[in-house]
Design a binder for this molecule. Structure first.
Ligand code: SAM
Length: 463
């Protein structure tokens, strides 16, 4: 039985554009489950060379209309037991949030892929994986202040496989060290979470008017702390999953009061049923997603151009490059290696897009970096020990030996169990465990057994 929605929330929404009390309550009572995924463009193009949508074994329904890689599913499958989920072929993301793609497309177009982008409140990584794909030639800094959540972020970014992401674990105030640095800043702020009531009934019991006030104060603090790191003419995107005007339109007005920002108006297709709202003081545009109107959960998003600030002058910094001998050992493992810069952190080799190595060196001096680029692995004597991140990365060479598993074998591999397969016909040594053409991780084939190198912390625990 669904819980009753807080009366004070309903009251606070009465005069908000697009709010239809009866339809809103009905959408929560019916508790319709909307499931959506967003495909990984780089991995989908590899997958589709040999396989088709039918091989996905997913209940594919309509496309999400505002995001080219978004797809609704007619029911929620067990993602845990889908090897392609672990291969990073798709991310399970709520459809309304995918509107971020539309905001980027309408404000920057497709020309702008090589920009520096900050995702300030990034865990678990829904928006960051979208940003990594959108800005595929850019540099995405995905930051999460809470340490345990930063670890989940690293895992999701690693599985997504793009080398252009740096994961940091910093307080928003630390970004003041990077004055005028970013071209784009996304603040998907922590909020009172009413937009998720339909998906998560516990969120209803945790909701209170006091929480809304505290969240709105925290949102202001986060924006004020990080504002300086966006450059002049930079794009600032603010979003929440709260319906409360104090966390949405009132924050837009507060931003207009305190900073020099020009609000952006977006084009909406009528059939999307997304509601444009106008902030009461400064006419800033916000976009509301109500579950009785869109096929998705509650969401709010707005975009601005920053008018003040300056341009950033790139510092010259250096990362410790690999020796030529070490580099030559890694080259056969990599795709388009000439576009990568290889460096070493302690004993581990790492690859970052060539265009961004000075920036990563600069960021390393200012922030606490949890991961940057793709970890390649270690060299022990003449042996190479590849890192799990390399297996899942889009920079992995397509020429490496791999064994395509059946679904059952792939699950055994992901559970880190012994795999029921005859090893006699397999090439000995390091190779990739793959499913539907996509690598899942490394294994070492010995004459009479397979050593399974799937990371213990990622393994499927369920049977
Ligand atoms: N952007 C994420 C995504 O799409 O997957 C969801 C982000 S969630 C709405 C907000 C994030 O802000 C949480 O990961 C939370 O840990 C983080 N957070 C909480 N307090 C914060 C603070 N004071 N400053 C910055 N981030 C904070």
């Amino acid at each position: 039985m669904p819980q009753v929605l807080p009366h004070s929330l309903i009251q606070s929404l009465q005069s908000v554009n697009g709010f239809d009390e009866a339809a809103f309550i009905q959408a929560h009572v019916s508790a319709e489950k909307v499931t959506s995924i967003r495909f990984n463009p780089a991995k989908y193009s590899r997958f589709s060379k040999q396989y088709s949508v039918n091989d996905l074994q997913l209940p594919i329904a309509d496309a999400v209309p505002w995001c080219p890689y978004g797809q609704y599913l007619s029911e929620r499958p067990s993602f845990t037991f889908d090897p392609l989920f672990h291969a990073g072929l798709y991310y399970v993301q709520e459809a309304s949030s995918m509107f971020l793609w539309q905001v980027l497309q309408q404000t920057l177009g497709s020309q702008a892929s090589s920009l520096k982008v900050l995702d300030l409140c990034a865990a678990p990584g829904g928006k960051s994986t979208l940003l990594a794909s959108y800005f595929k030639d850019g540099l995405v800094v995905a930051n999460e202040v809470i340490k345990s959540r930063a670890n989940i972020l690293v895992e999701n970014i690693t599985k997504w496989g793009y080398p252009n992401v740096v994961v940091t674990n910093n307080d928003p105030s630390h970004f003041q060290r990077l004055q005028n640095y970013f071209d784009v800043m996304v603040i998907d702020a922590p909020c009172s979470g009413s937009g998720l009531f339909r998906k998560d009934a516990d969120a209803i019991s945790e909701w209170s008017e006091e929480a809304v006030v505290l969240c709105s104060q925290r949102q202001q603090r986060i924006i004020a702390d990080a504002y300086a790191c966006l450059k002049q003419n930079g794009l600032l995107i603010y979003s929440t999953c709260s319906y409360s005007p104090q966390e949405d339109e009132a924050i837009l007005d507060w931003m207009m009061d305190n900073f020099q920002l020009s609000p952006i108006s977006l084009q909406l297709s009528e059939e999307w049923n997304i509601i444009e709202t106008i902030s009461p003081e400064h006419n800033a545009r916000g976009y509301r997603f109500y579950p009785d109107k869109v096929k998705g959960e509650g969401f709010f998003i707005a975009a601005f151009i920053k008018l003040d600030g300056e341009h950033f002058f790139a510092p010259s910094n250096k990362l410790p490059a690999l020796s030529k001998a070490e580099e030559s050992l890694w080259l056969p493992w990599l795709y388009k290696a000439e576009q990568l810069y290889l460096f070493k952190q302690k004993e581990t080799a790492i690859a970052i897009p060539e265009a961004w190595h000075q920036d990563v060196a600069f960021l390393q001096k200012q922030l606490y970096i949890k991961s940057a680029g793709t970890l390649l692995g270690n060299i022990k004597g003449k042996d190479i020990i590849p890192h799990p991140a390399l297996a899942l990365s889009t920079i992995l060479s397509e020429q490496l030996t791999k064994t395509s598993f059946t679904k059952e074998q792939a699950i055994q591999y992901l559970q880190k169990k012994d795999i029921a397969i005859d090893t006699h016909t397999l090439t000995k040594g390091w190779q990739l465990a793959a499913y539907c053409g996509l690598p899942l991780g490394w294994m070492k084939v010995l004459p009479n057994r397979i050593n399974n190198y799937y990371p213990a912390e990622w393994r499927i625990l369920k049977n």
